[in-house]
Design a protein around this ligand. Structure first.
Ligand code: SF4
Length: 354
């Protein structure tokens, strides 16, 4: 075994973080934890993972879970599309594979939402397959170890993948992958790396040449896209309830919450309301929100309706949304909203309508 790898595994054996899915190898737990951990910090993932597994202990429970429960269990983790794909994957495993989990990297790649990174993590941890996981942490470690600058291009990433595959020990591929990621997350950090505690210090070229901060080079930033949106709050004042819809189009498509309208659609709404004894109230305050490279400037559009099942349905249908899927009381609204954008809009509404 490469001496570097030996030191890394020894370090991992003594310093790995105690995580609920590491206590014993369980394919379902590993899969759920890997999907949850993509783009979400561990401090948020751990309690959500425990709650998820408690409520949906098997792949069968996940496959048949209703959308409302799934949305609740995923709330706070962000990127709800991951939860939808996870459930689609569970349904595929139950219906097409009769509850048997895929057994290799290539089989995992066929599961919805399971990309190269997730498939490699599950295959190496659960099936001891020698396949490298290359994420941002691993790229940073290798870039510094080998003083590599070309790490963001396709060829650069293939070179890193090939290097990690070449040093991966055949007996402990899962531990090796987790050790590399753990080292990147806790020691070889983006800023202020703890080189004095690093098991790889002696082999690290960037450390030897005193140029750690130069690696990896900065990524060229993707240009931000500015978006203007209105969160439409349809309020039935008599019962103090609010219409939730399944967003079938536009921004945050497929999620449940308030309809999100472009300024053009708000003008359309104003013409719809013109023929009804109703008015729209647009909040003057705006709030900003960022999702990946989208910078959203949002405001609230409020419509009060007196009849839930006729007027509200008509308005939403004319705007291209399906009928409200739920009328939710004021006290339960925040807890039921899955996206931060919706929550910010509702808090703004509350401040103005106590
Ligand atoms: S010595 Fe420092 S820069 Fe090199 S791998 Fe370790 S933590 Fe990263």
């Amino acid at each position: 075994m490469h001496s570097c790898v030996e030191k890394l595994l020894k370090w991992y054996d003594n310093h790995q973080r105690l995580l609920p899915w590491r206590q014993e190898i369980n394919i379902y737990h590993t899969w759920v934890s890997e999907v949850m951990s993509q783009q979400t910090v561990l401090a948020v993932v751990v309690p959500k993972f425990c709650e998820f597994i408690q409520q949906l202990p098997t792949v069968y429970d996940l496959a048949k879970c209703d959308e409302e429960t799934l949305r609740q269990l995923w709330s706070g983790l962000g990127y709800y599309a991951r939860a939808r794909n996870l459930q689609k994957g569970a349904q595929m495993i139950v219906e097409q594979l009769h509850g048997r989990f895929p057994q290799s990297y290539n089989e995992w790649l066929k599961i919805p939402g399971c990309g190269a990174y997730t498939a490699a993590a599950i295959a190496s941890i659960c099936h001891r397959e020698k396949v490298a996981c290359v994420d941002g942490n691993v790229i940073r470690v290798v870039s510094r170890l080998l003083a590599l600058s070309d790490v963001w291009s396709k060829s650069g990433q293939s070179a890193i993948q090939a290097y990690v595959n070449s040093i991966m020990p055949p007996k402990r591929p899962g531990d090796f992958n987790q050790a590399m990621m753990e080292l990147g997350a806790t020691i070889c950090r983006k800023s202020n790396p703890l080189c004095d505690c690093c098991p790889l210090q002696q082999s690290c070229l960037a450390f030897t040449h005193n140029c750690v901060t130069q690696y990896p080079p900065r990524k060229t930033r993707r240009t931000s896209i500015n978006i203007e949106l209105f969160a439409l709050i349809v309020w039935h004042r008599q019962t103090d309830t609010f219409a939730f819809v399944k967003r079938t189009k536009g921004f945050l498509k497929h999620t449940i919450g308030f309809p999100l309208l472009s300024p053009g659609e708000v003008s359309e709404l104003e013409s719809i309301l013109h023929s009804l004894p109703l008015q729209i109230f647009k909040s003057t305050d705006s709030f900003s929100h960022t999702i990946t490279h989208h910078r959203i400037s949002s405001r609230v559009a409020l419509v009060q309706v007196t009849q839930k099942n006729t007027v509200a349905v008509l308005i939403l249908q004319q705007l291209g949304f399906l009928a409200p899927i739920d009328w939710v009381s004021r006290s339960k609204t925040i807890a039921k909203l899955a996206t931060t954008l919706d929550k910010k809009a509702f808090r703004l509404f509350l401040m103005q309508n106590q």
